[in-house]
Design a protein around this ligand. Structure first.
Ligand SMILES: [Zn+2]
Ligand SMILES: [Zn+2]
Length: 105
């Protein structure tokens, strides 16, 4: 979700100003509860870090974010890196950038 979508959510009983929403989401990001994806300056999206990991496809022109609907292409690489480096709890963030169907018209 974008900050605008979060701010407009009916889950909030009280209306929150955008600065408050931004502070809350930034705190969740610091605590690694949410992950920021897409363009950080414009149309940044936030998603919950859940147990199963997802990679993303992002439109360079309109900033649309889609979940990649394929098996993660680097999961085996992650295991290999963990084994070879001795690092534990390895994770990665993969974002592909391109132009969506609508923006190509
Ligand atoms: Zn687009
Ligand atoms: Zn992945």
């Amino acid at each position: 979700m974008t900050l605008q979508q979060i701010a407009a959510s009916s889950s909030f009983d009280v209306s929150c100003d955008p600065a408050t929403i931004y502070r809350l989401v930034s705190r969740l990001e610091e605590r690694r509860i949410v992950r920021r994806i897409g363009f950080h300056s414009r149309a940044a999206h936030y998603c919950l870090r859940e147990n199963h990991h997802q990679d993303y496809l992002i439109c360079r022109d309109c900033g649309t974010v889609e979940v990649l609907d394929i098996a993660c292409p680097v999961e085996h690489l992650e295991k290999q890196i963990a084994e070879e480096s001795g690092f534990a709890d390895l994770e990665h963030e993969l974002e592909f950038f391109g132009r969506c169907g609508l923006c190509q018209r």
